[in-house]
Write a protein that binds this ligand. Structure first.
Ligand code: AN7
Length: 351
């Protein structure tokens, strides 16, 4: 038995599982919630916390929902799972399918998936196909294949995914003793903001929290259909994880925004990369660019004076920075290569 019970065991009473559901686990959930002092200084908000979802087994929040979806697929006698993905869903599906002894097929937008995520899908033995077009085109393909009975679809249109993902909201409430005043979260296909809101609503009903947070979701400017109010045919952003033009959980995201009194806004690629560098250098937490959209949104809203009444906020850092090594490498120029002597190294360090 692991020291911390698996996500399915911990939250069985609140998940669509039965005694017959396999207790599949890779040690997902129970991720760190860490104080962000540099962001507190910059924003003037008394408490800023980071929910470090990149600490999940495959390096993103997707593992919470995937463990439930794959366990339920296993319980139902499935042989194969299938998903479209900007990368993290594919990595997670591949790992949990491998663990469960199921086949896995992933359909990716060609040329738009970070190297680490692709490496994971391949290493875990998934069948990988790239399609010409954005994530939305890949999702349409797998929905059609799943309808024809080819495999169990494990995208977030599968309700078991969102049920698993809502556990992150429970954890936040457990650790803080209440929900925060506001939650900042990136928005791509919009499953996660939908799942967090469900989790917070349930947490208040269960007595884990007295309040519900305002939900602040962030899309990238070049991929901001919810902000614009209509689908984007050719989404573009450096944050490839949230390069989505027609989110499947659009309605859920709008409900979370409106019922909580929050907002969904767009941040530029420049703001995203600035926030990405800032949390890595000033907080010691390395997230991926898509995750940094939440930090970029927090910084912008604080600068604009829109957060004066808030005492405690949580930012969800959805994925690990190591997923996208090429982007990280672009933060610095050439690395000096010198003779292996103290003098040469000292000179190089000073230049
Ligand atoms: C790091 O992997 O959609 O709004 O196919 O990987 O629930 O879609 C990833 C999404 C944010 C957006 N941060 O979450 C996929 C995929 C990271 C992500 C999101 C994703 P949703």
């Amino acid at each position: 038995m692991p020291a911390v019970p698996s996500l399915i065991e911990r939250y069985a009473a609140h998940l669509p599982v039965t005694d017959r559901t396999p207790r599949l686990t890779l040690g997902e959930g129970a991720t760190p919630l860490v104080r962000a002092r540099a962001l507190e200084r910059e924003t003037g908000i008394p408490e800023v916390w980071l929910k470090v979802e990149g600490q999940n087994p495959t390096g993103s929040f997707k593992d919470r929902g995937m463990v439930v979806a794959v366990a339920k697929a296993l319980e139902a006698g499935a042989r194969m799972v299938l998903c479209a993905s900007t990368g993290n869903t594919a990595a997670s599906a591949a790992a949990y399918a491998a663990r469960a002894g199921l086949g896995c097929a992933v359909v990716l937008p060609a040329g738009q998936v970070a190297a680490g995520k692709l490496a994971q899908a391949i290493a875990h033995g998934a069948r990988v196909v790239a399609v010409r077009g954005p994530f939305d085109a890949a999702l349409a393909v797998v929905r059609s294949l799943a309808e024809q009975g080819e495999a169990t679809l494990v995208n977030s249109v599968n309700p078991d995914r969102l049920e698993g993902q809502k556990t992150a909201a429970y954890e936040v409430c457990e650790v803080l003793g209440d929900a925060p005043d506001a939650l900042f979260i990136p928005v791509g296909n919009a499953g996660n903001i939908t799942a967090y809101w469900k989790g917070f609503v349930e947490a208040t009903a269960l007595g884990l929290a007295r309040r519900r947070p305002k939900m602040y979701g962030y899309q990238a400017e070049g991929a901001a259909p919810i902000v614009r109010g209509s689908p984007v045919a050719e989404p573009e952003t450096v944050a490839t994880a949230i390069r989505v033009g027609n989110p499947a959980s659009w309605k859920g995201a709008v409900a979370a925004r409106d019922e909580s009194g929050g907002a969904i806004d767009a941040v530029s690629d420049g703001e995203i990369l600035d926030a990405y560098g800032f949390v890595a250098r000033c907080e010691g937490v390395f997230c991926e660019p898509a995750s940094a959209a939440a930090i970029a949104g927090l910084r912008r809203r604080a600068r604009d004076g829109g957060l004066r009444d808030l005492r405690r906020v949580v930012c969800v850092l959805t994925g690990n920075g190591m997923k996208d090594p090429e982007r990280a490498r672009s933060l610095a120029g050439a690395i000096a290569e010198v003779e292996a002597t103290p003098d040469a190294v000292r000179r190089a360090l000073r230049s």
